[in-house]
Design a binder for this molecule. Structure first.
Ligand code: PLP
Length: 386
């Protein structure tokens, strides 16, 4: 019998049974009334998660496609942009902007730390001629497990006219994000992280101010033309054939999210983060991110001295069928990452910690069996006041 796999990635995340069933339904006409009903329900549900009264566009593609759209629809060639980067996904925004002809200034922070709002404020203040047309920020840097303080960074930009564009691919639905209240101009997200559906959909929410910029933007785009997507959405359609099963799945996942409630979902993710961090610490392992900026979506861990991260990942997968993420870019083989968002519960964290204890032991690294599990159990009890 094949062992059940424990997929503990920061995307793709496990998919609940009722969502899997929605994926298996027969095809329908994407220009017909059934699809329009699905698209309308999904778009309404997304507004609740984005915390916005604006429309949310549902696009077919990877999250990076929505990142590209967040560049090509709002930045014209030759324009100056500022990209705040604390890791691999921040760097990706800079790469995309460069590819689309922007003059890119990068405000970088050490991987494993969060962006400093004061440093951003200083850079913005120095732009006396208001040359910067857009500021790009990653909400949750999945490559390091660090969450940026978006309200503080938004405040640092103040009344400078630059658009404020946020990659929320791994944060939306996993931690508080207020599109309207935080005055965010463009927010993009994807389907395979907190939304508990397979990869294939991307979402974008655009402020009225940003729509005006899009109307004037001279950059080339065809598939990722958000103005065209908006026109189609108004008629309950998409410009091109959408990933129909994913939209049906999204409707189901949004029903689950609504039934659970966003606040309770965030509380669950905070608990999973604490279980993971306390458990890993009890095993004597070091965490990449400090407590104050630690992500509720994913935790990055340094392996013990003498054991490579990828060796440990291979061992835990081969022996226990637990799938952990590796490091990206310069953190490859230096860290491993435990995803804890989406359809993930307390007992899965306990299981991962137990498997980690066994794997470390089998790899010749002495740990006290049960110590990580015990620390995580203490978090569960503390959460109910026991
Ligand atoms: C996963 C992720 C992306 C990219 O999503 P893809 O679907 O892999 O293109 C972008 N930004 C962040 C922060 C992510 O976590």
């Amino acid at each position: 019998m094949k062992e059940r796999q424990l997929l503990m990635l920061p995307g793709p995340t496990p998919v609940p049974p009722e969502v899997l069933q929605a994926l298996a339904r027969p095809m329908i006409n994407h220009r017909g009334p059934e699809f329009k009903a699905l698209l309308d329900e999904a778009a309404e549900g997304l507004k609740e998660v984005f915390r916005t009264s604006q429309e949310v566009l549902i696009l077919t593609g990877a999250g990076t496609g929505a990142m590209e759209a967040a560049v090509s629809n709002f930045v014209s060639p030759g324009e100056q942009v500022l990209v705040v980067s604390i890791g691999s996904f921040g760097d990706r925004f800079a790469q995309i902007a460069e590819r689309f002809g922007a003059k890119v200034d990068k405000l970088e922070f050490a991987w494993g730390t969060a962006a400093d709002p004061a440093a951003l404020a200083e850079r913005i203040k120095a732009d006396v001629d208001k040359e910067i047309k857009a500021v790009f920020v990653t909400h949750n840097e999945t490559s390091t497990g660090v969450t940026n303080d978006i309200p503080a960074l938004r405040a640092a930009v103040g009344d400078h006219p630059a658009l404020f564009i946020v990659d929320a691919v791994s944060s939306l639905g996993a931690m508080p994000l207020e599109t309207d209240d935080w005055n965010l101009d463009v927010v993009v997200a994807g389907s395979q992280k907190s939304f508990m559906i397979p990869p294939g959909l991307a979402f974008a929410c655009v402020s009225p101010r940003a729509w005006e910029v899009a109307a004037r933007c001279t950059n080339a785009r065809f598939y990722w033309d958000l103005v065209k997507a908006r026109k189609s959405a108004a008629t309950g359609q998409t410009p091109f054939t959408p990933a129909i099963p994913q939209v049906a799945a999204l409707v189901e996942s949004l029903r689950i999210i609504r039934a659970d409630g966003l606040e309770d979902t965030f509380a669950r993710y905070r608990r999973l983060r604490e279980m993971t961090r306390q458990g890993v610490r009890a095993l004597g392992l070091e965490l990449l991110a400090a407590d104050a900026v630690a992500s509720t979506a994913v935790t990055a861990v340094l392996p013990p001295a003498g054991l490579e991260a990828n060796t440990l990942r291979k061992a835990i997968r081969e022996r226990f069928n637990v799938v952990l993420a590796g490091g990206q870019g310069k953190l490859d083989n230096k860290i491993f990452r435990i995803g804890h968002l989406g359809y993930v519960h307390e007992l899965e964290i306990i299981t991962v910690l137990a498997a980690l204890e066994l794997t470390l032991t089998l790899c010749g690294h002495r740990v006290e069996l049960g110590s990580g599990v015990k620390a995580a159990q203490a978090v569960v009890l503390a959460a109910v006041g026991a």
